[in-house]
Design a binder for this molecule. Structure first.
Ligand code: FPP
Length: 228
C-alpha cells in the first residue's frame, strides 16, 4: 500500500547534456555550446519565479569533468565565474537561494570565494537552485558512509543525513537531456525512488516549456515506492 498518486514535484534535478553536440551541429567551437548552455540555465532559473517548484538541482561540473582538455575546463570555470558575477543580484531579487553540492571547495580559490559570497547573500531566498560542482555521487556516498561510521551508526538514515543534499526536498524527478540514457554518477542515492525522464533535446535548446511539460508528465505518473 505504498502507492500514492503523484502530485506536484517539489525537487527536480537535471543532467544538462549536449552542449558539445549543439555546437558541433553548427560548426561552432564547443565553448559556444557551453555559453548557450549558460543562457539556458539563466532562462530556466528566471522561469522558476512562475512555478511552484521548491528546488532545482543542476549538474554543472562533475568530478570526472577534470579529464576534459585543459582549455575546455578553463572555459567552463570562466563561464562559472562570469555567471555568478552577472546573475547574483537577479538571484537575490527573485528569491533564489543558492545551494552547492559536491567538493566545491576544491575549485580555484577565487571561485570558492565567489561561491561563499553568493551562498551568504542568497541565504534568505525561498526557492533553491542547487548547483553540483566537482560532484560525484559515488564519492558523496563514500564520504557520507565514512562520516556515519565515525558517528557509530551506518544505516541508510545516517548515511542520508551526511549527503550533500541533506535538507533539500526528496528528489522527485531526474531529467537528462541529449538523448543519452545514463546517470553518469549523479544523485545515485537520491534517485532511488525518483521518476526519470530522458529527453531528446540538447541542453542549449532546453526551455522552461520543456520543464513545464516534464512537471505535467510527472503529475500524471503514479509512484510506487516499492509497494503495489
Ligand atoms: C554537457 O555538455 C555539459 C557540461 C559538461 C557542463 C554543463 C555546464 C553548463 C550548462 C554551463 C555551466 C553552468 C553554469 C551553472 C554556469 P557536453 O559538453 O558533455 O556535451 P556533449 O556530450 O554533446 O559533448
Amino acid at each position: 500500500m505504498n502507492s500514492t498518486p503523484a502530485t506536484r514535484a517539489r525537487h527536480v534535478a537535471i543532467i544538462m547534456d549536449g552542449n558539445g553536440r549543439w555546437a558541433k551541429q553548427r560548426h561552432l567551437p564547443r565553448v559556444v555550446g557551453h555559453q548557450r548552455g549558460v543562457e539556458a540555465v539563466r532562462t530556466l532559473v528566471r522561469s522558476l519565479a512562475d512555478s511552484d517548484l521548491e528546488c532545482l538541482t543542476l549538474y554543472a561540473f562533475s568530478s570526472e569533468n577534470w579529464k576534459r582538455p585543459e582549455d575546455e575546463v578553463s572555459d567552463l570555470m570562466n563561464l562559472m565565474r562570469r555567471f555568478i558575477k552577472s546573475d547574483l543580484e537577479e538571484f537575490i531579487a527573485n528569491g533564489v537561494k543558492l545551494a552547492i553540492i559536491g567538493d566545491w571547495r576544491g575549485l580555484a580559490p577565487d571561485i570558492v570565494a565567489l561561491l561563499e559570497d553568493a551562498l551568504a547573500r542568497t541565504a534568505n531566498g525561498t526557492r533553491t537552485v542547487a548547483v553540483a560542482l566537482n560532484y560525484g555521487s559515488q564519492q558523496e556516498i563514500a564520504r557520507a558512509a565514512r562520516m556515519a561510521a565515525d558517528e557509530g551508526e551506518v544505516s541508510a538514515e545516517a548515511i542520508e543525513r551526511h549527503l550533500f543534499t541533506t535538507g533539500l526536498p526528496p528528489l522527485d524527478l531526474l531529467i537528462r537531456t541529449s538523448g543519452e540514457v545514463r546517470l553518469s554518477n549523479f544523485l545515485l542515492w537520491q534517485a532511488a525512488y525518483a521518476e526519470m525522464l530522458f529527453l531528446d533535446v540538447l541542453w542549449p535548446d532546453f526551455t522552461p516549456a520543456h520543464l513545464a511539460g516534464a512537471l505535467d508528465q510527472f503529475a500524471g505518473r503514479e509512484r510506487r515506492f516499492g509497494g503495489r
